[in-house]
Ligand binder design. Structure first.
Ligand code: SF4
Length: 286
């Protein structure tokens, strides 16, 4: 494998713009809610005749129950859409991030699939909305309350250094983004960890007990990671995969640093570093 070109890491984003991701998410929330409400209504209508033979009042009791659930679904959907549009959690609609994470993402993935949308498109819109809710609801943090959680695939595949237990063993050669990540971690005094999979990531979170996670990964791992650690706030940054999944992946260090500066208490902010001050990462072809 040889070094063929030298390019700066490009800021990550998927094909959809931020606004398009939010619109997609709102559409999926509304579509999913409509399907759930129709399903609940059908639950009442279908056995209506059968229930009335037991007692004339039973269909109405059952109907009131179904109506209460439908109203709850509509209330939650309304709150979720309002929070997404306003960009923060409103007092009347607290805990909407939890509803999104726990309930809507799995349902929306199913609805999205039925509509021909890719899972990554749905996940990406979910991550965008999650990030906005996290950024709008959480307080500012001290450096030791934040954890930078990175995927193993950022490390150059030819590098033999084992980083899982100590990322600072990186020799800083600049062949992958790890050197820049170590630099950022030292600059802000924030813990940096590399996980080789979901299980290791969970054990790192349990051991370090952060109050906020800034995680880099692909759409699938970020969406499942955000769900796994809930109610712990996790802010997701998508990696880029110029050589395909899980191989010499890249991340925008500028985007990561910008996120750190969003969440860090102002008194811990060092002087701004010029955007082009990080080592340029050499990209290798397979
Ligand atoms: S920057 Fe160099 S030494 Fe550090 S992990 Fe990447 S390839 Fe290995």
């Amino acid at each position: 494998m040889s070094s063929l070109d030298q390019v700066p890491v490009v800021a990550e984003d998927t094909d959809l713009s931020g606004k398009a991701k939010k619109r997609l998410f709102v559409g999926l929330v509304l579509g999913t809610s409509s399907i759930v409400c129709l399903f609940l209504a059908a639950l009442w209508v279908v056995p209506y005749l059968g229930l009335s033979t037991i007692h004339p009042a039973i269909p109405w009791v059952f109907g009131m129950l179904v109506l209460a659930i439908i109203l709850l679904v509509l209330w939650v959907s309304f709150g979720l859409v309002i929070n997404i549009l306003v960009g923060k959690e409103l007092p009347l609609f607290k805990r909407m991030r939890g509803v999104t994470v726990r309930l809507y993402l799995p349902l929306m993935t199913l609805v999205g699939r039925a509509l021909g949308l890719s899972k990554d498109m749905v996940r990406s819109s979910f991550i965008k909305v999650n990030n906005e809710l996290v950024a709008s609801t959480v307080r500012k943090y001290t450096p030791n309350e934040i954890l930078l959680l990175m995927p193993h695939c950022l490390q150059n595949a030819d590098c033999g250094i084992k980083l899982t237990y100590d990322v600072h063993k990186c020799a800083g050669c600049g062949k992958c983004p790890i050197a820049g990540l170590v630099e950022i971690s030292e600059k802000y005094g924030i813990d940096l960890a590399i996980a080789t999979g979901g299980t290791i990531a969970r054990s790192i979170v349990i051991k370090k007990r952060p109050k906020l996670i800034l995680a880099v990964a692909c759409e699938r791992d970020l969406a499942s990671g955000i769900r796994d650690v809930y109610p712990l706030p996790a802010f997701g940054i998508l990696n880029t995969r110029p050589y395909g999944p899980c191989f010499n992946t890249q991340v925008s260090l500028e985007q990561l640093e910008e996120s750190i500066r969003t969440f860090l208490q102002p008194r811990y902010l060092p002087e701004e570093k010029p955007a082009d001050a990080y080592p340029v990462v050499r990209l290798h072809r397979r």
